[in-house]
Write a protein that binds this ligand. Structure first.
Ligand SMILES: [Zn+2]
Length: 75
């Protein structure tokens, strides 16, 4: 369990983190590099992303990010 939660607003896209959402279980997984992330994004329609595309990860693993809970970053 991680208690290292950074839920304070202000860091929208300056953290250098990239994440994609699994098409099947809707969990967010961090993508290590921008290049990989952009490749995934470009192919997302034809080639949806699934957890198992990340080594050692499956749908049963907890997501890297919890966008569902922190979606309302209004400010
Ligand atoms: Zn999944």
């Amino acid at each position: 369990m991680s208690k290292n939660s950074e839920r304070r607003g202000g860091s929208k896209d300056s953290v250098g983190a990239y994440a994609v959402q699994c098409r099947e279980c809707s969990k967010w997984r961090l993508i290590p590099s921008k290049e990989e992330f952009e490749t995934i994004r470009q192919n997302f329609i034809e080639d949806p992303w699934f957890c198992h595309k990340k080594p050692g990860v499956s749908h049963g693993d907890p997501g890297d990010l919890e966008y569902d809970k922190t979606r309302d970053l209004g400010y």
